[in-house]
Design a protein around this ligand. Sequence first.
Ligand SMILES: Cc1cc2nc3c(=O)[nH]c(=O)nc-3n(C[C@H](O)[C@H](O)[C@H](O)COP(=O)(O)OP(=O)(O)OC[C@H]3O[C@@H](n4cnc5c(N)ncnc54)[C@H](O)[C@@H]3O)c2cc1C
Length: 378
Amino acid sequence: MNTSDLIVVGGGLVGTALAYGAARNGTRVTVLDEGDDAFRASRGNFGLVWVQGKGFGMTPYARWTMRSAAQWSQLAEALNADTGIDVQLRQPGGFHFCFSDEEMQAREARMRSISDALDGNYSFEMLDHASLKARLPGIGPAVAGASYTRMDGHANPLKLLRALHAACRHHGVRFAQGSRATRITPQAGGFEIEAGTATWHAPRVVLAAGLGNRELAPQIGLHAPVQPNRGQVLVGERVARFLDHPTTYVRQTDEGTIQLGDSLEDVGLDDGTTADVLSTIARRGVRSFPVLESLRLVRAWGALRVMTPDGFPIYQASTQCPGAFVVTCHSGVTLAANHAFSIAPWIAGSAGDGAPAGIESFSGDRFLNGNETFQHAH
Ligand SMILES: Cc1cc2nc3c(=O)[nH]c(=O)nc-3n(C[C@H](O)[C@H](O)[C@H](O)COP(=O)(O)OP(=O)(O)OC[C@H]3O[C@@H](n4cnc5c(N)ncnc54)[C@H](O)[C@@H]3O)c2cc1C
């Protein structure tokens, strides 16, 4: 029988973090995943566990991001214990570079606004060029300065995805690969889900299908108007370690390669690469660290973010179809700890009535007012 306690639709970073969090508490979970034909942000991201600048204009999101970053080491340890995979989490603090005095002023205003909204519980520094150079000697003369917080970090996102899959299996999660859910029907005691020729049953279902959520959500009284947003990334060859800290657009991976990222483009369902955007990314990397001028580039890709109209996540339980949920966000690496430790128990019902505090701020219903316009903040 294709029956379990919880069906997770989508096997990317969001779906597997939820499945893992639920299964480690004893919930019987099945993950339905469309497979290799689908767009998958989880395989094309930049790997930051990033806090600074997040939640500008939405303080609950700033709190939520800080909470996940604070719990991330616990997630990395749990995954290592369950699977032996080290996802290479490092949280030494991160820098966001500014290339002019105007950018510095705008950045400081943004950081100050978030900090004020959090009553100052948000420590950050603004560093001029000289102070930045004292911390990052390789910085180029074109960098006017940077914002810094010690809350930021990075991990190896492909190792994270592999670890989450392995940890799910370790806790008995069943994976149905190549299973694209097309119809979800509420029934007495739960849901029937059609995927290909198979049907699946569970009292609870969570949509974690990335861009696929948009179509599925209305079937179970939910609203997830997500859109693709492309990011292009460049990878340079392995070089001697020169950068211990993640920065917004340049990071040295645990393997020594250099990642240069990433664009923000509203181009629909096109995950290709373009020479003009890649050269802008490369130029910004060299302006940040002139030593990169001679770096040999080995790879480039485009991937589609799962973007809500305002850029903040959607977490919602359906009131029309109790037992159905949607979870979607564009920072699935950063938020993985929250998804595993806070959202999963809520969805699985193992937290009692325990919806995470403040979760109502993230309801997809905020997009139902047709008169309101939104701009996504990254
Ligand atoms: C260029 C780029 C850089 C990024 N950088 C960062 C970063 O530094 N830090 C960070 O935190 N985040 C970053 N992100 C965002 C992060 O990658 C995403 O938030 C995360 O991967 C989203 O995961 P997901 O599981 O929701 O979606 P996806 O990875 O898209 O997975 C969705 C899954 O659902 C499946 N699916 C879809 N429809 C169906 C269906 N009908 N039935 C069954 N299965 C279905 C697909 O097969 C897929 O496996 C970045 C993203 C991009 C594109």
